[in-house]
Design a protein around this ligand. Structure first.
Ligand SMILES: *Cc1c(COP(=O)(O)O)cnc(C)c1O
Length: 209
């Protein structure tokens, strides 16, 4: 396991490197102990990919912001409506309606996940479908559409995929103010160069090397 000193050094290095770009610490594979260490160092935003884990950690650490980044089934919508600080992986109108029923008076920030990998197996709406989903989400009370999220292909032109997502964000939101959540451990430097406002980092922060 990574030592406390090494973890804090890595976190500090990333915070400095990322400057204005928001760091989402993806804690889905990580122990409570390591989560607590980066939290004590000052990290506030965490990403989880399973609804129950997000709920559990949100109840354990309600002072932090818990972001949903994984696939969501309708029967788990309540965990996200109640507990998520932001839902990054919205790609379906019916699930969005289900989540909205559980937000209890607040407005949940939502990103549309767009498939920018040119790979049918990847999650997210096709690029040409993002506008229609955006219109639909804008019509749902309790949700607040704030931008787009995407994952680059494992092989192929990563930079071009990020450029496509940025272009789509600029088109749909009329400029560059909305969130652009892209970049993981292997490709976040490219994502930042291409205009990411949020990066999602798991292994480069928490994993032993
Ligand atoms: C797990 C996960 C990440 C973090 O991946 P790393 O390569 O460990 O940084 C980012 N985004 C999503 C959607 C994930 O599921």
């Amino acid at each position: 396991m990574i030592s406390q000193t090494e973890l804090i050094n890595r976190w500090q290095g990333l915070v400095t490197e990322l400057a204005d770009v928001k760091l989402l610490a993806v804690s889905k594979y990580t122990t409570d102990e390591l989560v607590q260490i980066v939290m004590d160092a000052g990290q506030m935003n965490f990403g989880e990919s399973r609804p129950q884990s997000l709920r559990d950690r949100c109840q354990q650490w309600p002072e932090c912001h818990w972001h949903m980044i994984g696939p969501l089934q309708k029967n788990k919508a309540k965990y996200i409506g109640r507990h998520a600080a932001m839902w990054h992986s919205c790609d379906d109108i019916e699930t969005a309606q289900a989540v909205a029923q559980h937000v209890a008076g607040r407005e949940l920030p939502v990103l549309i996940q767009v498939n920018i990998a040119d790979n049918q197996n990847q999650r997210g709406v096709a690029q040409h479908e993002a506008g229609a989903l955006a219109d639909a989400i804008n019509g749902i009370e309790g949700l607040k559409l704030e931008g787009l999220m995407g994952m680059a292909p494992r092989e192929g032109d990563v930079r071009q995929a990020f450029r496509n997502l940025r272009g789509l964000r600029d088109n749909l939101f009329g400029g560059s103010f909305a969130e652009l959540c892209m970049g993981m451990s292997s490709d976040y430097k490219i994502a930042v160069e291409e205009g990411a406002t949020i990066v999602r980092l798991g292994s480069t922060l928490f994993a032993s090397r």
